[in-house]
Every structure is written in structure tokens, then in C-alpha cells.
Design a protein around this ligand. Structure first.
Ligand code: NAD
Ligand code: DAU
Length: 334
């Protein structure tokens, strides 16, 4: 299968590319990515000389360039997005442009080139937060809380409309919170690991009582691959670890500190840095499990692997954390 991956230089996209090339010797990948602050070709060093892999730098909003890159592919797996909630609260322009206009452009290209399959990568955040013991199902109400999740919900609506109006052969995945190698250190897990390693404080928002359904990135990628190969056109699939017992951000922070070998005094409680902060996400992933998928990495094992990866790849995150990152960090965390 020849697959065009949008956003393949980001965290999940690059993990997905590694996984596909390793698992399917006959597959080819075209990685189409604009290389925003979150895109990093270092994530793909291991495959850059693989003849089955190619990279095209481009914007998903640029229809002609995307068409050129997508000609002849069997499927598009669409990851490219602005992905950080906190950044969307400062300014939503790029979020609307990439997540909404960009997704419509991807849909248009699928139609124009008659590409046989589109997998649109969405998020559990489109459901908003849910009270325990409730779980979000694929047909639960869409009720996003942040400009990021509202823009993702908008992109889902465009895909749903294209399936109905134009019979676009698309599917949607809604994944829960990911963690693992190559994650940009603005998200809580890599931020807290790298801050703890350098004895910087861990800014724990709003009492740390919030709950996320942590999914190791390799499990998310195998879920997306299951949808790509076995999913039914027109359907939506949740991809969640369905972690039990659930863990709060505070518990997660303690686990990180223990793995890095640092003390709790590094935790700095902060308030008000995420207005509209969602309390709890929880997914029902039974529909995907029925296709034979299940997550294989526990949070204990996944965190251990992730801490080890950041310890072994200090050069990678030190480079990422220099330059423009510093400006964002100072502005946001003051
Ligand atoms: P990321 O921010 O690490 O990577 C995004 C990638 O998209 C980057 O490589 C960036 O350069 C590229 N990109 C941004 N704008 C672009 C544009 N206009 N044209 C082409 N490329 C562009 O994001 P991620 O965490 O890997 O998330 C990937 C996808 O998965 C997103 O759609 C996100 O909404 C979704 N998702 C993320 C999570 C998570 O926990 N990180 C969970 C569920 C779903
Ligand atoms: O649920 C899927 C979503 O997961 C994806 O759609 C998003 O792209 C991805 O960014 C992620 O969103 P979150 O907002 O849940 O992830 P983040 O790591 O930013 O925050 C996780 C929790 O940690 C949240 O409750 C806020 C808290 N937090 C976050 C940061 C950055 C802190 O306490 N301190 C921090 O400095």
C-alpha cells in the first residue's frame, strides 16, 4: 500500500511512519509536512535513506502542492494539525486555518484524485469532558471546550459531511492522550520529564485532579493501522486505553518524579494557565476492539520506556527546547 501521511514529522505521525515501514515491507510512505515548530525531521533519521520513504515539505492548505504529492497513493492518513490546547487559547488563527481549512483541502484532494481511502485523525477532546463513570461513545454529543478542540470538531464535521454528500471514502479516529518517544516537550509528560531531569519546576495546573486516558503512542498507531486496513468506510472509531484505575495528573506527576529519581518539591501548583480546563476524558473503545485491536502497553511500562527514551535522547530535546520554544515557555509560564 502507498500511503500519504500528513504531519508525519510530528510526534504521532513520525511514530506511525516508523511502525508501518517496520511492519509492512511492501508499503511506501510519502510524508507531507509543513515543518511548523512541532515538525522535526530528526524524528525520521532512521528511515530517511529507506527507498520506500519520501518527504515533501508543504502546507495542507496548498491544494496544488498536496495534489502533486498525493498522486497515485492508495490512502491518506491525515495527522497534520495545530495540536496544543494552551497555544490555541492565545491565538486560534493557525488552528482554524490548518485544522479546518487544511482538512477541507485534504478532503477536496481525495475527491479530485479519487484516492480510495482517507483516515482522518481526530481526538477524544471533541466530546469535551465527561463525569465519572460516563464514557464517550462514537455517537456521544460533540461539545469541545478549547479553540483547539473546537477546530478539531469542525474538521470532523467536514469529513462527516463529505462522506454523506460526496461519498468520500473516509473514516475518523478519535484517540485519547498519547505519550512516548518524539513528543514535543510542551505536553505534560515530556515537559515534566525534561524539567525534572534538569531540576526545573513542574507546573501542575489547577490542583492536579484532572484525568486523562493515557495511551502509549505505539498503541495509538496500531489502532490507526487497524482502522486503515480493517475499518468500515464512513465510520468513526474511538482509540483509548480505557485505563483502570484512572489516574489523576497529580498521580502521573508522582510516577514521573519517581522514575526520574527526583523529589516532590519540584512540583509547583499553578492556577489559571488553562481557562476552560477539561476535568476528565474517558473513551469507550469497544468498536475498535471488535476489529481485533487492543492496547498492549500499561501506563507503568509506557512511562518507564518514555523516561528512558528522554534520558537517552537528551540532544534531541535540548535542541527542541532552545530558540523559539523559550519564548513560548516564558510567555506561558511567566
Ligand atoms: P504534533 O503537533 O506533534 O505534530 C503536528 C505535525 O503537523 C507537525 O509535524 C507539523 O509540522 C505538521 N503541520 C502543522 N500544520 C501543518 C500544515 N498546515 N500543513 C502540513 N503540516 C502541518 O501533533 P501530534 O501530537 O503528533 O498530533 C497529530 C494528530 O493527532 C493531530 O491531528 C492531533 O489532533 C491528533 N491527536 C493527538 C493526540 C495527542 O495526545 N498528541 C491524541 C489524539 C489525537
Ligand atoms: O486527549 C487528546 C489530546 O491530548 C490531543 O487531542 C491533544 O493534541 C494533546 O495535546 C492532548 O491534549 P491535553 O490538553 O490533554 O494534553 P496536555 O499534555 O497539554 O495536558 C494534559 C493535562 O496536563 C491537562 O489536564 C493539563 C495538564 N497540564 C498540562 C501542561 C502542559 C499541566 O498540569 N501542566 C502543564 O504544564
Amino acid at each position: 500500500m502507498k500511503i500519504l501521511v500528513t504531519g508525519g514529522a510530528g510526534f504521532i505521525g513520525s511514530n506511525f511512519i516508523h511502525q508501518i515501514l517496520q511492519q509492512y515491507p511492501g508499503d511506501e510512505i510519502v510524508n507531507y509536512d509543513l515543518l511548523t515548530y512541532a515538525g522535526n525531521l530528526e524524528n525520521l533519521k532512521r528511515v530517511e535513506d529507506d527507498s520506500r520513504y519520501s518527504f515533501v515539505q508543504g502546507d495542507i492548505c496548498n491544494r496544488e502542492a498536496l495534489q502533486d504529492a498525493a498522486r497515485g497513493v492508495d490512502a491518506i492518513v491525515h495527522f497534520a494539525a495545530e495540536s496544543h490546547v494552551d497555544r490555541s487559547i492565545y491565538s486560534s488563527d493557525e488552528f482554524l486555518q490548518t485544522n479546518i481549512i487544511g482538512t477541507q483541502t485534504v478532503i477536496d484532494v481525495v475527491r479530485e484524485l479519487q484516492i480510495p481511502k482517507l483516515v482522518h485523525i481526530s481526538t477524544d477532546e471533541v466530546y469535551g469532558d465527561v463525569k465519572a463513570p460516563e464514557k464517550s461513545h462514537e455517537n456521544s454529543r460533540i461539545y469541545p471546550s478549547s479553540p483547539y478542540s473546537a477546530a478539531k470538531a469542525g474538521s470532523d464535521m467536514l469529513v462527516i459531511a463529505a462522506i454523506r454528500t460526496h461519498q468520500v471514502p473516509a473514516m475518523i479516529t478519535r484517540g485519547s492522550n498519547n505519550y512516548g518517544p518524539f513528543q514535543f516537550p510542551e505536553k505534560i509528560i515530556p515537559l515534566f520529564i525534561t524539567n525534572a531531569m534538569t531540576d526545573n519546576y513542574l507546573p501542575l495546573y489547577d490542583g492536579g485532579t484532572q484525568i486523562r486516558d493515557w495511551l502509549y503512542v505505539a498503541d495509538h498507531c496500531s489502532g490507526i493501522d487497524t482502522v486503515l486496513r480493517k475499518g468500515k468506510i464512513g465510520e468513526i472509531y474511538n482509540i483509548g486505553a480505557e485505563q483502570y484505575p484512572e489516574i489523576t495528573n497529580e498521580q502521573l506527576t508522582h510516577m514521573i518524579l519517581e522514575l526520574v529519581g527526583k523529589e516532590k518539591h519540584l512540583i509547583k501548583p499553578v492556577q489559571g494557565l488553562r481557562p476552560g480546563h477539561d476535568q476528565r476524558y474517558s473513551l469507550n473503545a469497544a468498536k475498535l476492539r471488535a476489529l481485533g485491536w487492543q492496547p498492549s502497553v500499561t501506563i507503568e511500562e509506557g512511562l518507564k520506556r518514555t523516561v528512558q527514551w528522554y534520558q537517552e535522547n537528551q540532544d534531541w530535546w535540548e535542541r527542541v527546547k532552545s530558540g523559539a520554544y523559550q519564548e513560548y515557555y516564558k510567555k506561558h509560564y511567566r
